[in-house]
Design a protein around this ligand. Sequence first.
Ligand code: NAI
Length: 396
Amino acid sequence: MTVLATDDLAARGAARIAWIRSRMPLLAAARDDLGRSRPFAGHRIGMSLHLEPKTAVLLETLVAGGAEIVATGNHGSTQDDVVAHLRAAGMTVFGSRDDSLDQHHANVASVLEAAPDILLDNGADLAAGIVARGETARVLGGTEETTSGGDRLRGELAGRVPFPVIVINDSLLKAIGENKHAVGQSVVESFMRLTNLMVPGRRFVVAGYGWCGRGVAHYLRQLGGKVAVVEVDALKAFEAALDGFRVASLLDLADWGEVFITATGRPGVLGAEFFARVADGAVLANCGHFPWEIDVPELMAGAASVIRMDEAIERVELPDGRHVVLLAGGRMMNLAGREPKGNSLESMDLGFLLQTLSLERIATRAAALAPGAQPVPDDIDREIARRMLRAMGADR
Ligand code: NAI
């Protein structure tokens, strides 16, 4: 047996990436295809996205297709061993885990100074930077990973981005594969990992029955949880009822639920009225992107005391003798605590193949696309669904 050396950063990065790469079959097949067609030859792709092992496999795939890479991460999430590995593989990568916010902005500027002609963006930082510099003419197009970046492109940047940007988050395939099934699995895993509590027989309330909420509700029930849903959209509430969940208002469920999980993307879903009625000992957690779904400032303002019980667990004593338990300070629970796993490898394989084929579309057919933000072309969604079905052996 070969024991991999882990005594230097690049080797440690390489060792960690090996497992991830081995479980991303869609990207592996894409590396073979793109290695033959080389759609990115002569193109420089500028990237701003979390620098972690799964992203490294995406970058390797783009390099196999002929791309030159100039990359940086997001503030605070850069993994230094992954960066060291990517640099050793010949990519230009800026940033490290301990960068200040100013340094992070300088890293983004360095990516733009390298004059990429294709952008792989996260939160529209690169697109906004190119617009601010007046350098849009040399950009062929790009992709945007997030909803918030898509909102920026359609809001403050509307009409100012003359090149096409494919918004990965607007894909139906991603909604099914990631928001529903991967978030569902990882939120349930995170509840168990953070609290070590039992799921079977426990009463859960899921607020929001959109893509993420559906997944969370379904996976909790699969493990024997009793699940109720709170939903403001009548059609989705109807769907939840037909899916067999109890559907009621948050205040009606306040003294029924033992665990409340928000998945709405909206602020203040669990607020003062709810805190006044919630049952003693209830656990409050959030899986939405922003840390605002549980009104933590309101909760803390009314608290008699707060006891930190674990890295991601706070016991909040209320003046009338009840207490609630807050997970991860109300931040995204599946990225919190020791060794957060995030979403499954397969869902990221799928999401990064969406990135790869969308970037290929930009490299080969940008002129045929409309300028500005747009959804993933339907044929790409369907092609990846077919490939994923084959990779899963869904017919066996
Ligand atoms: P979605 O738009 O499909 O669903 C949100 C649902 O919440 C909608 O059905 C809406 O009617 C409902 N809602 C809004 N306000 C409500 C309220 N006050 N009470 C009850 N229901 C309410 O959005 P999706 O895709 O489910 O995303 C939800 C959040 O999760 C977003 O913030 C998203 O960014 C985040 N997200 C988190 C991930 C993670 O890894 N934790 C991964 C992907 C998305």
